[in-house]
Write a protein that binds this ligand. Sequence first.
Ligand SMILES: [Zn+2]
Length: 331
Amino acid sequence: MANTELLIGVDLGGTNMRVGAVTEDGKVFHRLKLPTNVELGLQEVVEKLIKTIRQVIQEAVSNGDRIIGIGIGSPGIIDIKSGIIVSSPNFPQWKQVPLKQIIEERISIPTFLDNDANAFALGEKWLGAGKDVQSLVCLTLGTGVGGGIILGGHLWHGVNGMAAEIGHMTVVPDGLPCNCGNSGCLEMYASASSIVRRIVIALQAGESSAVTDYVNNDLTKITSDLVYHFALKGDSLAGKIMHETSIYLGIGIANLINLLNPEMILIGGGLTNAWDLIYPDMIQEVHKRAFEVPAKRVKIVRASLNDNAGIIGAAGIAHLNLKKLSKYIPS
Ligand SMILES: [Zn+2]
């Protein structure tokens, strides 16, 4: 491969940053993954990010390829027009960070930012399971519950760029308090971290589970995967938590179906490891609550891009913006 136009995709997560060069048809090259080390502070993280991007660019260029744009997906509230990270739960100290400007000044390649869940939705629409549909709602079930909505083939950002906060739709009045200030958000019941939180609350309230012995009474060692595996083995409390998760997810999805009548609901994130356990209860709840015609029509599927989803989605942001630009700037 030489003389190919490539896009850099940056998946800027709270734990890891992943950077890669992506072709128009979604092949990922020169992939790098480094710990973000948020605790080192904004300056250090930005320097590390620039160094990593430069490394990927260098490898691509030494192969004879050209980088035409950089896309960055970051959790939090993003001002997409100016490319500013307004605030982010994963980077609590970061306020109004003009990341687009910083990268463009240092690297001199057009750079574009969006929310990571929007990037994920865009990646799945561009090259993944959502390729052939025009209306698509994506949910990512990880530390939180992220959302991205594509309508008529376009990402729906909302008037402030804050649309698709699916994780913060209320599913339980007076439910568990959420970081956003609301209580009873879907994120408190359908994220991987919420599974851990709810089983710990139950154990501390005196309920019992074989998980406790497995972690030698150190409840900080419980992970959502552990709860899932104990649920599979028939542990009653673990099973109850997983069942509850499926029901709340089903409620959220039924609301989305009634609201948008989409062709596809696509679910990604770490919790999809438990797909076989979650899916039957979730789908039953969806059909119990949603209108019959749209519920029958919608395809509810797992995300398909897996490990490279973040990089591809982020590259997709650049791809989309550059295409838009090229409409106005004839070559
Ligand atoms: Zn919330």
